[in-house]
Design a protein around this ligand. Structure first.
Ligand code: G3P
Ligand code: MG
Length: 227
């Protein structure tokens, strides 16, 4: 049987502040097969950050794009962690665990491709809900692995995957069905739904026959899968 791939969502955000080095270390420690992070381009730097505002996850407020980089770095992202850069996350995960970089804005695409292409590592997977960003990534980096994020279980995502020579399909859990997994399988696309947070979610992922999943608590999913 093929192994089930557990992807630590924003590190291990059930336990540690999301998208911080601390959260990523926890995800690695807890046995995640891959770590997922979100990136944006702010003040010329690739920063690891989910929202477009600072309010929910830091002690700052307002648009993340309004602050110069040194001011962003002075904020606490929880437990006095700093907002990391992509370079820091690549350094931390290199040689330890594959990294899924989710592109959250268009401006970040070219700098991410340039950085990833400059590195010897091949265990980096780019993904985005914005397929135009993925088309640009494919153009800039003809061989980088790409994952298609989708909130609907439609034919469009499968066609986009074929066109981009995608490595995987990342559908929302809400739209996951056994039929959709089978359609992806027929196109040799592994399916990694997001985001598993409890037993019911994991039950659905298993019942649908997905190849893995994104999980806020990758250690718990890993343990549940081996029972
Ligand atoms: O990449 C899977 C998941 O992270 C997508 O949604 O909003 O958590 O970035 P979000
Ligand atoms: Mg994400």
């Amino acid at each position: 049987m093929k192994p089930f791939i557990v992807i630590g969502h924003r590190g291990a955000c059930a336990h540690e502040p999301e998208n911080t080095l601390r959260s990523i270390r926890r995800g690695i420690h807890d046995g995640a097969d891959m770590i997922e992070i979100d990136v944006r381009l702010v003040d010329g730097e690739i920063v690891v950050f989910h929202d477009d505002t600072l309010d929910r996850t830091t002690d700052g407020n307002g648009s993340v794009y309004a602050s110069p980089f040194p001011e962003l770095r002075a904020l606490s992202a929880g437990k006095r962690e700093r907002i990391p850069t992509l370079a820091e996350v690549l350094a931390l995960t290199g040689g330890q665990v594959p990294l899924n970089i989710e592109l959250k804005d268009r401006l970040v695409v070219a700098p991410v491709c340039s950085l990833v292409d400059s590195m010897p590592r091949e265990d980096v997977l780019l993904s985005s809900f914005d397929w135009e960003s993925l088309r640009e990534a494919r153009h800039l980096s003809p061989t980088v692995p790409i994952g298609i994020l989708t909130e609907g279980a439609g034919e469009a995502a499968l066609m986009e995957a074929a066109s981009l020579r995608a490595a995987s399909l990342h559908p929302a859990l809400t739209c996951l069905t056994p039929e959709y997994v089978a359609l992806a399988r027929a196109r040799r696309l592994p399916v990694y739904p997001f985001t598993v947070r409890n037993s019911e979610d994991l039950g659905k992922v298993r019942a649908c026959g997905a190849d893995g999943c994104f999980a806020d608590d990758p250690g718990w999913v890993r343990a549940a899968m081996s029972e």
